[in-house]
Structure formats: C-alpha cells, structure tokens
Design a protein around this ligand. Structure first.
Ligand code: KIV
Length: 273
C-alpha cells in the first residue's frame, strides 16, 4: 500500500479515512441509490458512497427528504452494497427513525446494518440527538455526523440558504462537531456553511470533515451524483460543479432511438435472430 494515496486499497475503512486526513489526502464521496450507478462509482475509485436520503428527491421525486422510509432506505442500500467492492458505504437514517428515541435509533441502525450489509450510518444533528448517537455507537456501528444545513430540518429553517453565518449558530456548530467527535463518530459532513467556519471545524476536530458547499479547507467533498452528472438540470446551487450533462446525452439517445424505431431503421437484420 502506498503511503501517499489510497488508490490501491482493497476496501476503505474508517481507519483508512482517518489516515487520509492525517496525511492530507482528500476523501472523495458521492451518493448512489442503485446497483448500476454504485457499480460505476465504485469502479471509478470513490472512497465513500453515501446512500443519502436525497433518494427521496432524486429517486422518488419528493420535494424534501422527509417522506422516505426506513424500509425504502434499506432497499436502496441493499442494491448499492451488492455493487460495491472498494468504497465504504454509509446510509442515512431517515427522518423519524432516530430523533427523540435512542432505542428506536439503535433498532433503525441495526436494521440498516443487518439487512443491507452497509458499513456505517449517517445522522443529522448535534447535541439534540446525542443520546441516539451514543446508543448506536455502543452497538459498534460507525456513525457519521451531519451539521449545518441538515435537510431533515428544512421546515425548521424555512429556507435552503447558507447556515451558521451568525456567531451563535456558528459557535453551536463548532460545539456540536466537538461533541460528535467526543461521542466517537468517525467523520462529520458539513453542508452549506461559510468556508471559514468549515476550516475552523476541520482544524478543531481530528476526525475527517467532509464538505458540501463548505469550501476547500475540509478533509473531503461530497456531491449528489445526479447533480454532478447533470441528470438534474433544475438544481444548480453555487457549490455544485457539474462534470457532465447526462440529461442532454440521454435525451439525444432516447430521441435517436424513437426516430430509429419510427423510421424502421431499428432493428436491422444483424440485430435480429
Ligand atoms: O442525502 C444526501 O444526499 C446527503 C448529502 C447531501 C450529504 O446527506
């Protein structure tokens, strides 16, 4: 194994992620929700695959992440895990299956781990969900935190704008990050907060900090795969870099197919039995 990068590692672990932070190698993370996409991303060499509750938006077409159920998350996670041989697979515990009841949180986490074969879970929030985090960790389940713009709280925030711009919210976020580290979380996602604050958090805690809309001075980056591949053209926040325009490519392919069917160009003799 090279000490400078993780490209030839057989399976990414929490221990390897910690080493990556220590040596300054950035951690790459993308979402995936199905077998085919997960297989492509894993083979390309991604470090972490997040089975995000953003499946509620990009797979099911809901406006928020709130409606997705634990059973639906397990279905997505199971499909992803079947495709993955190298990446560390983290699964979002959905809204309503861990907040306010640590026994239910533990049950939800254990169901995800047992039924999907994933490697860890992600929870949104800090001090207010401490009991659930501690309980899940006590069962030996790796937990990733998520602070800043936590989409499960969108109705509390009322807007998808940048979080923690004010001192009070920024200080709470730093305290929450320290708390999640002290509880034993292996990493924290920071979503849509000022880059200067994300830098402070990444320097304050020793566990990896993965940003989405949190600037460059964190230990890794995560994006929703449908957004970075340009499948969703409607969602274009400032933090999103679009690496392809699959909507255009797919539309053209489907139009060509329709045209070939209509014109009887497809199938040919060679494409027939
Ligand atoms: O559900 C999700 O896709 C996420 C990422 C935005 C971090 O939580």
């Amino acid at each position: 194994m090279s000490v400078h990068n993780s490209s030839n590692i057989k399976r990414i672990t929490t221990h390897i992620m910690q080493e990556m932070k220590t040596r300054g190698e950035k951690i790459s993370m993308l979402t995936a929700y199905d077998f085919s996409m997960a297989g492509i991303i894993d083979a390309a060499g991604i470090d972490i695959i997040l089975v995000g509750d953003s499946a509620s938006n990009v797979m099911a077409g809901h406006e928020t992440t709130l409606p997705i159920t634990l059973d639906q998350m397990i279905y997505h996670a199971t499909s992803v895990v079947r495709a993955v041989s190298r990446a560390f697979v983290v699964v979002d515990i959905p809204f309503g299956s861990y907040q306010g009841n640590s026994s239910e949180a533990l049950r939800s986490a254990i169901r995800i781990m047992k039924e999907s074969g994933a490697h860890g879970i992600k929870v949104e929030g800090g001090a207010e969900i401490k009991e659930s985090v501690v309980r899940i960790l006590s069962a030996g389940v790796p937990v990733m935190g998520h602070l800043g713009l936590t989409p499960q709280s969108i109705y509390k925030f009322g807007t998808y704008t940048v979080r923690a711009k004010e001192e009070e919210e920024a200080n709470k976020l730093i305290e929450d990050a320290k708390l999640l580290e002290a509880c034993g979380c292996f990493a924290i996602v920071l979503e849509k907060i000022p880059a200067s604050l994300a830098k402070i958090v990444a320097e304050t805690v020793s566990i990896p900090v993965i940003g989405i809309g949190a600037g460059p001075d964190v230990d890794g980056q995560v994006l929703v795969v449908h957004d970075m591949l340009g499948i969703n053209q409607e969602f274009k926040p400032r933090f999103l870099r679009q690496y392809a325009n699959l909507q255009e490519i797919m539309t053209k392919a489907v139009q060509d197919y329709i045209s070939d069917v209509k014109s009887k160009d497809f199938p040919t003799k060679e494409e027939s039995y």
